[in-house]
Design a protein. Structure first.
Length: 405
């Protein structure tokens, strides 16, 4: 009988390892489950290499697009009446992403061993997050897995669209500022010294703007390594502070107050909160469980604290809208609409309506931000580069005037 090496975690989260004889890996997983151990790795001994070599950076990641396509196809197959294991078998065979293929085969094996689909997905948190697993669990219990998977696919697609919008809003100004820094650095380090040497041959006093630029160029040349080191150190320090609870709370609170960008961040937070919670509530996930998951995936500590206050309010028999309004994070209109949804018993419908509205609001905010940043960035580039050029040509104009006189 084949012998298998296994690794797993107990209900208390403790990792355990061992060997077991069994006809196949599925029976090993089932036996471990009966012992209260969730298997994370089961491998037949003596079959190929026991060591699995993984080179960091060369293992393909499971992308959001992979997840959306899988969820859509899986939903269609379940709706057509295909058995769960057969669906997983078909989808794993046609999967091009090797990492995702391996995950799906493992999920299939777990389901064959008697595990629920949600429990099988739970073993792979990097591919299937807590939201995904909880919604699948609700779909299995309610017998509406195909409907839940459709909702999940729609949710992931909209979340991806939101993420792309924010990235596009941040990429343009960051690129322009980056190019400006490179151009100004090249001028300061290579171009200005050539002008300085030429002006030294001319003799005489230089105009004040020219002298200021030359002094700045000398400073950058002398302390370029110190400047780069200081920038790297500052970035490292900010990251370190952001990893601490207090630091992250302060930085996240400040980000919501930043002019222009703060409004966009707030709208994204509202859209994400309402979309996620609306999807979970409409799928049958208990609202307290839903709020716990939404808080963990908020991405902003200020928003997270506000959501936890909502959870506490509901556990005490109070409303959702009141603590949201008190937080100061969510606009009054959102709080009022949620209050109406609570009174009418249609919170999920109202949350999804708010999410649709704020998706459009984010669209408009990104468009307005791009339109506003364009002239500001052009003005910044023109002023800095143009100012440097004019400062360098002032002595030449002065010399030309003297010669003409």
């Amino acid at each position: 009988m084949p012998k298998f090496s296994w690794e797993g975690t107990t209900r208390r989260g403790k990792t355990q390892k061992g060997d077991m004889e069994a006809p196949n890996a599925g029976l090993v997983t089932a036996a471990l489950k009966r012992q209260g151990i969730m298997a994370t790795k089961v491998k037949e001994r003596g079959k190929g290499l026991d060591i699995e070599i993984k080179i960091p950076g060369f293992q393909p990641k499971v992308t959001t697009k992979d997840l959306v396509v899988f969820t859509r196809q899986f939903s269609t197959m379940i709706d057509a009446g295909l058995p769960l294991v057969q669906c997983l078998d078909i989808l794993s065979k046609q999967q091009e992403n090797k990492t995702f293929k391996k995950i799906l085969l493992d999920v299939k094996e777990s389901v064959e061993s008697g595990s629920t689909f949600a429990d099988a997905l739970k073993k792979h948190p990097r591919a299937f997050d807590e939201l995904y697993v909880n919604l699948v669990a609700a779909g299995e219990v309610g017998g509406i897995l195909d409907t839940i998977l459709n909702r999940l696919a729609a949710y992931i697609e909209k979340a991806l669209k939101l993420k792309k919008q924010v990235k596009s809003a941040m990429t343009y100004p960051a690129t322009i500022v980056g190019i400006a820094i490179v151009v100004i650095s090249v001028i300061m380090i290579f171009v200005i010294p050539a002008f300085e040497k030429m002006f030294a041959d001319f003799g005489g006093a230089l105009p004040a703007p020219t002298q200021i630029v030359i002094n700045m160029s000398r400073f950058i040349q002398d302390y370029i390594l110190v400047i780069i080191g200081a920038i790297v150190l500052a970035i490292f320090a900010v990251k370190k502070i952001y990893r601490t609870r207090t630091g992250r709370e302060k930085i996240d609170a400040w980000l919501l107050k930043v002019p222009i960008f703060g409004i966009l961040i707030r709208k994204v937070a509202v859209a994400k909160f309402t979309r996620t919670l609306g999807t979970m509530v409409s799928s049958g996930v208990p609202i307290l469980d839903g709020l716990e998951i939404v808080a963990k995936t908020a991405g902003n500590k200020t928003v997270e604290k506000a959501i936890y206050k909502v959870k506490q309010s509901i556990s005490e028999g109070k409303t959702i809208a009141e603590p949201l309004e008190q937080s100061g994070v969510f606009p009054p209109m959102v709080c009022q609409m949620i209050a109406v949804g609570e009174q009418s018993g249609a919170v999920d419908t109202m949350l999804n309506k708010i999410a649709d509205f704020y998706d459009d609001e984010v669209d408009d905010a990104v468009a307005n931000l791009t339109a506003m940043m364009e002239p500001l960035l052009m003005l910044f580039l023109g002023t800095t580069v143009g100012g440097l050029v004019i400062a360098m040509y002032l002595p030449i104009f002065k010399l030309a005037g003297t010669v003409a006189g």
